[in-house]
Design a protein around this ligand. Sequence first.
Ligand code: FES
Length: 78
Amino acid sequence: MSDVKATVLKDGPLKIEGPIELLDADGSPIETRAGKAIFLCRCGGSKKKPFCDGTHSKIGFAGAEAAVAAVSGERGES
Ligand code: FES
């Protein structure tokens, strides 16, 4: 089993626990606090990307699970 655990939080960020190396688009390391979980933005609204800053709750972000359910409902799919 992996030492890294990634959890998709309902209508919120991606929580990463365990030893990881976080890099930006240029391959430069992004500093994280050793031993602490990090929360990566999934909504696109954070001003501290790639980290979550709580904006998801202010903009009513609905995770993909909710979006798929909504589209399926509109189409009459079950
Ligand atoms: S997921 Fe929290 S600010 Fe985007």
